[in-house]
Each structure stands twice: as C-alpha cells, then as structure tokens.
Write a new protein. Structure first.
Length: 299
C-alpha cells in the first residue's frame, strides 16, 4: 500500500488552538451573566453622565475576579470533573491545560481583579469582589461535596455582582443594591436545582452533594423550587413598592413572575426531566427579561 494513501486520525488536541483551552477555563457563559448583572447594578445607580466613565473599570475588574473564581473552581474540582460526562471534556480533566498553569492563572486573575477595582473603582467594590471570589472558591466549592446547602451558599456569591455595579457608582450599600441582591439570590435556587435535576447522575458520579442526588423522589427538591419561585414574585416587586421603579415594571414583573411560577409548578408536580429542562429555559428567559424591564423603567 502506498504510504501516501494512509490517513492518520488527528488528535483534537493537536489542532485545537491553545487560547481556546484557556478561554474555556473562564466559563464565558457564566461570566457573561455576571458582567450583565454588574451592568444592571451600575445602570440603576448611574444618574449623572460623569458616572459612566468608571463603567469599563468596574466591568474589567469584575471580569478578572470572576475569571479567577471560575479557574480556581475548576482547578479544585478537576479530578471530580473527570468522572462526569458533562465536564470530562474540560481543559483540566483532559490535560490540555496543566493544573499548575490553571492555579497560577486563577490566583493572578483574582488578585489583579481585586487590586484593579481598588485602584480604579473604589475600596468597597474591591472588597465585594474579594468576598465573592473567596466565598466561591473557599466555601462553596468544598461544600459541594459536604452538604446540599452548597447551592444556597453559591447563590450568595452569585448575587453580589449587581451590588458591585451599584457600589462602583455610589461607593456605598443601599436599599436598591440589596433589592438586586435578593432578586438574584432567590432566582438562582430554582435555576440551579433545575440544572441539578438534569445532571443529577453526573453529580452522583462526581460525588457532589446536590439536593436532587440525595432526594430520589424529588420531593424536597420540588418544595424548594416552589418556595423560592414563589418568593421571587414579591422580591421582584420590591423596586416598585419602594419607588425605585414604576407601574410598567410592576406589571412586567408580575407577568414574568407568574409565568415562571407556572413552569416551576409543572416541574414540581410532574418531576420529569422534560419539565426540569423547561424550567431551566424559563429561568434563563425570566432573569434578563426582568432586569431589562427594570432598566427600561428607569430611563
């Protein structure tokens, strides 16, 4: 046989650009949400034209902190990620990125992000960035293998970015910032429980203590979904009740909240993967729609 006719299979790692692997470490979809909610907090606080000059600094510093958290989370969980089909193809489990490279990059991003926020935004925002990073990596990440309460702890870290957007402008904490925190915190619980239902076999293989893993009949999971989704409606109406937003936002929040609850009720009653998937998609439509309505009302 002519050697020229032999076609050897290419290893995907040989043709994959190196920057793609490092880009994947950043968890770009998750960090896009973080930057989006940071922008919402900033938008709600920025009432004067001069305030917008700090926005690029606030977003860059937050992005660096978020990148550090994402990378260090994957570094800590690389052995467990290798056990789960959903995450086995990530750069660290496959060896496309060396653990020491990820560790250095994650620490560097987190430290630079905190310092950048302190230098170019303000101290309070830098502290919030550091708290988010530390709680995500040092508390939430290890708790995932200890208790099902890890979802609640992770939701605290995930609800801080809009507060950082607010403090970047004002330099202080106030009622609107806490309202945004509450909305993001409550929303995350049904959102992540829906994900945990869809991938509970993966989480079981990885040894993660997610509620649907320890709740085979999904009875406790369903109660949590209903409880938090129901609580989201009054929380989302708080801006209108406190004068931060008006009637148009209140109507939008009510319609969106009732629609989201309908998907939650279906998922809780039928407890199927199909309904969990529908709840997940409803959650990723609900949040941007609600926050867009809030910003439009603010104009």
């Amino acid at each position: 046989m002519n050697s020229a006719s032999v076609i050897l299979p290419l290893d995907r790692r040989d043709i994959r650009p190196r920057w793609v692997d490092f880009y994947e470490l950043l968890k770009p979809r998750m960090n896009l949400l973080i930057l989006g909610t940071t922008f919402v907090g900033y938008f709600m606080a920025a009432r004067l034209p001069d305030a917008w000059r700090i926005l690029p600094h606030a977003l860059l510093g937050t992005a660096l902190c978020a990148a550090g958290a994402a990378i260090l989370n994957q570094y800590a969980e690389r052995r467990y990620d290798a056990l789960m089909p959903r995450t086995a193809g990530r750069p660290l489990p496959t060896g496309r990125v060396a653990p020491n490279q990820a560790l250095i990059l994650g620490v560097l991003a987190g430290v630079l992000g905190t310092i950048y926020l302190a230098m170019f935004v303000n101290t309070l925002t830098a502290i919030l960035g550091a708290v988010t990073l530390a709680s995500y990596v040092l508390i939430y990440t290890p708790l995932k293998r200890i208790t099902t309460l890890n979802t609640v702890v992770g939701a605290v870290a995930g609800a801080i970015p809009p507060v950082m957007g607010w403090t970047a402008v004002t330099g202080s904490l106030s009622e609107p910032a806490l309202t945004l925190f509450a909305i993001l915190f409550i929303w995350q619980i049904p959102h992540f429980l829906a994900i945990a239902i869809l991938y509970r076999e993966d989480y079981r293989l990885g040894g993660f203590k997610m509620l649907p893993v320890s709740d085979p009949q999904l009875s406790a999971t369903s109660r949590q979904i209903l409880l938090y989704t129901a609580a989201l409606l009054p929380a989302s109406l708080t801006p209108a009740l406190t004068g931060i937003a008006g009637a148009a936002y209140a109507i939008a929040a009510t319609v969106l909240g009732l629609g989201f609850f309908a998907f939650a009720a279906a998922a809780a009653s039928r407890r199927t993967r199909t309904d969990a998937r529908r709840l997940f998609f409803a959650s990723i439509i609900y949040l941007p729609a609600l926050l867009t309505a809030l910003m439009l009302d603010r104009i």
